[in-house]
Design a protein around this ligand. Structure first.
Ligand code: NAI
Ligand code: MG
Length: 366
């Protein structure tokens, strides 16, 4: 059967950028004979408007059935005053929770044409292509005990960094699998020098490596040194795996090595299902951008690159993913820029759909 995809465009610029992805999906069907079973549904504010909930149970059920979910963005000023329980973000949180997406993939990829955008030196970032895998459902953001307590006559704020072996092992496996689909290189980051959870993290990653993935080159680094190395010479890395807290910081840091929010894709993966594919949700890092929504100004590339990640990591279509990435690269090299990518004077920005047109033309030429 065809690979199945649930598309959830969401709110604000979500539907605008997703429209360009849909054209690419259609291109694959028409020009490459690769058909996807695509269904579309509501999430976020638009789902609340229709159903009174940011994620209908039927949509949730569909998300659990398909091979991959592709989401645009949720939220907007119209929904800011809603009760917390029905806020647009809750739709996204429910998807992540019920799909049990414990492995968050954030690539930092630098297209040569945009290397000037980085705050780092051009040769440090040009051609950069690394992936940070962040554990997403455990660690210090969730561990118990937590709270603000009274201790004598002052308050004490407590969070607990807690990882079980199985939580570490499953995110490690997810990272090793990715490494195999890329360059067979993984660096694990923790602070085994000062944290017990870090010692266990290093032990378990090493055990999983020895037992199941000894073909992958594994190194370990303290997370603080990792932050330093990421800004000094990021190209030494390929895949990095780390916990929730360190991953939160390191992935934001790595993302900004390369520039605009309108360029950044992401994926969240869960456990492998019977067909061997992990449960998966792909989405751009950016939000619904109410300040530019409805104006045709949004950069569709983050969403398009999220689809490329789906091709590579959910559908084993690495060559087709590369085809999409090369098309994006060619269009940027040709000087096409949406408004968020404008640096130079005298360049006229292209609209969302003109960027889509250009990428489709580059795909035709590939
Ligand atoms: P945002 O990412 O929507 O926008 C931040 C800035 O970046 C804005 O100036 C926006 O115009 C620009 N921008 C973002 N994506 C762009 C694109 N593709 N092309 C060109 N410019 C782009 O973050 P903000 O403004 O903090 O949040 C707006 C709404 O989005 C809020 O309701 C927030 O809750 C929601 N949000 C949703 C997320 C999601 O769906 N995963 C993630 C982050 C925020
Ligand atoms: Mg963050």
């Amino acid at each position: 059967s065809n690979p199945s995809l649930l598309i959830l465009p969401g709110d604000g610029i979500g539907p605008e950028v997703m429209a360009e992805v849909t054209r690419i999906i259609d291109w694959f069907g028409a020009k490459r004979g690769i058909a996807f079973d695509v269904s579309e549904d509501l999430v976020g504010g638009c789902a609340y408007d229709k159903h009174g909930t940011p994620l209908h149970d039927d949509t949730m059920a569909k998300a659990l059935e398909v091979d991959a979910v592709l989401l645009g963005a949720v939220g907007g000023p119209k929904y800011d005053k809603l009760d917390f329980s029905v806020k647009p973000e809750r739709g996204l949180l429910r998807l992540r929770k019920e799909m049990d997406l414990f492995s968050n993939l954030r690539p930092a990829q630098c297209f040569d044409a945009l290397a000037d955008f980085s705050s780092l030196k051009k040769d440090v970032v040009a051609g950069l292509d690394i992936m940070i895998v962040r554990e997403l459902t455990s660690g210090v953001y969730f561990g118990e005990p937590r709270g603000i307590f009274k201790e004598g006559n002052e308050r004490v704020g407590i969070n607990t960094q807690r990882y079980t072996e199985s939580e570490i092992a499953r995110v490690a496996r997810s990272a090793f699998e990715l490494a195999r689909k890329r360059n067979n290189k993984l660096c694990s980051m923790e602070k085994a020098n000062v944290m017990e959870s870090g010692i266990l993290w290093r032990d378990v990653v090493t055990e999983v490596h020895e037992a199941e993935y000894s073909d992958v080159e594994l190194t370990h680094m303290y997370a603080d040194a990792g932050a330093m190395q990421l800004t000094r010479w990021p190209k030494q890395f390929d895949v990095i795996v780390t916990d929730n807290l360190f991953g939160d910081m390191l992935s934001d840091l790595a993302a900004m090595l390369t520039g605009s929010l309108g360029m950044l894709p992401s994926a969240s993966l869960g456990a492998p299902t019977e067909n061997g594919r992990p449960k998966a949700l792909y989405e751009p890092v950016h939000g619904s951008a109410p300040d530019i929504a409805g104006q045709g100004k949004a950069n569709p590339i983050a969403c398009i690159l999220s689809f490329a990640m789906a091709l590579r990591y959910s559908f084993d279509m690495g060559d087709e993913a590369t085809r999409v990435e090369k098309a994006v690269e060619a269009v940027l090299a040709d000087g096409k820029r949406t408004a968020d990518l404008l640096g130079e004077e005298g360049v006229t920005p292209v609209s969302t759909s003109e960027m889509g047109d250009a990428i489709l033309a580059a795909l035709d030429a590939s």
